[in-house]
Design a protein around this ligand. Structure first.
Ligand SMILES: Cc1cc2nc3c(=O)[nH]c(=O)nc-3n(C[C@H](O)[C@H](O)[C@H](O)COP(=O)(O)OP(=O)(O)OC[C@H]3O[C@@H](n4cnc5c(N)ncnc54)[C@H](O)[C@@H]3O)c2cc1C
Length: 304
């Protein structure tokens, strides 16, 4: 271990980078450990972040890195954090490349990972014409004929939401329909067709879907897909360190990103189901300010 850093940020997406920027400007010694596998790497454009609407996710990262590099106390390591020992004041982080870093505080900005849906062809269209969030990509899919792959409560929720972008859409439950009679009736009243057969495959050209083929032989022509992803947190380290987790597998934090484990914070998708770049960046900034004031308070007390 080289030196004790003030903060180790694990994960260098919008949440981690935003925290690094604030802490670098606050003259804190920071190590950002990032394996560079953000959830939105499949998509061509990221939308809805003021001044950066439509930017390529990799370009957003590059700009962030360039701007943070002005602050010399922030160091980046392209690596995976695999274990953490120690406690508040001196955590030791070990990485996949065999390095160790010491830090007084920890910020987990590890995001969420998609568990791929086992549907033939979905990977080829994901991020090109199949998406998960209408706020991110609904505008680009507006007025198109869409297939929504969702079941149970999510199917009705998605149907109501997507109606803001198009009036032509079909629900595919990809297997037995798990909706209640009331939910089915509500969709019928709104003329939303529901197909309950399993999906056999998605047919597309150059990433552009043109039809969804079901096992019962139905073929649904469409120009886009939205689906409900299955997610898991980017790293199991927060849980291993005793952080409380939500039912959805996110880290439980207070309104500034602090967990109940002293010295450990979390921000971004790992700690909130909002799943937006701007929200992740905002959470990273709030956590950084909170970490910095904790560090300042501690050094103030040590001095008298
Ligand atoms: C297809 C798609 C399209 C999207 N489009 C938009 C959009 O248009 N607009 C929008 O606002 N949002 C969009 N999102 C959501 C957006 O990507 C996330 O909300 C945002 O990236 C969350 O930022 P984050 O920093 O929390 O996590 P991430 O960006 O996922 O970054 C987490 C980082 O931590 C790293 N990491 C994880 N574990 C470790 C470890 N143990 N050691 C080191 N590094 C680790 C990961 O590799 C990754 O680099 C989209 C998501 C998807 C899936």
């Amino acid at each position: 271990m080289k030196q004790l850093m003030d903060v180790a940020i694990i994960g260098g997406g919008p949440a981690g980078m935003s925290a690094a920027l604030v802490l670098g400007r606050a003259r804190k010694k920071v190590i950002v450990i990032d394996e560079e596998r953000p959830r939105n790497r499949v998509t061509q454009e990221s939308h809805g972040f003021l001044t950066r609407d439509g930017i390529k996710p990799s370009e957003l990262r590059q700009i962030a890195r360039e701007q943070i590099s002005v602050y010399p106390s922030v160091q980046f390591e392209n690596d995976t954090a695999v274990a953490v020992t120690g406690s508040d004041g001196e955590f030791i982080i070990s990485t996949a490349k065999g390095l160790t870093f010491g830090a007084k505080k920890l910020l987990f900005a590890v995001g969420m990972k998609d568990i791929p849906l086992a549907i033939e062809g979905l990977t080829d269209v994901y991020g090109k014409s199949a998406f998960v969030c209408p706020y991110c990509d609904g505008w680009e899919m507006r007025d198109r004929k869409l297939v929504i792959i969702a079941n149970g409560d999510s199917a009705l929720h998605f149907a109501k939401t997507i109606a803001g972008w198009t009036s032509q859409y079909t629900i595919c439950t990809d297997g037995p329909d798990e909706m209640t009679n009331e939910q089915r009736e509500e969709l019928r009243r709104h003329d939303v067709p529901v197909y309950a057969s399993k999906i056999q495959r998605i047919e597309a050209e150059n990433g552009n879907v043109h039809q969804v083929v079901l096992e019962d032989g139905s073929m649904i022509a469409c120009g886009g897909i939205f689906f409900v992803p299955k997610l898991v947190i980017g790293s199991d380290l927060p849980q291993a360190l005793g952080c409380e987790m939500t039912e959805a597998g996110a880290v439980v934090v207070d309104d500034v990103g602090k967990t109940a484990v002293p010295g450990i914070y979390s921000a971004g998708d790992a700690a909130s189901p909002k799943y937006q770049v701007v929200t992740a960046a905002s959470m990273g900034s709030m956590a950084a300010i909170s970490i910095n004031s904790e560090l300042l308070g501690e050094s103030w007390s040590e001095r008298g």
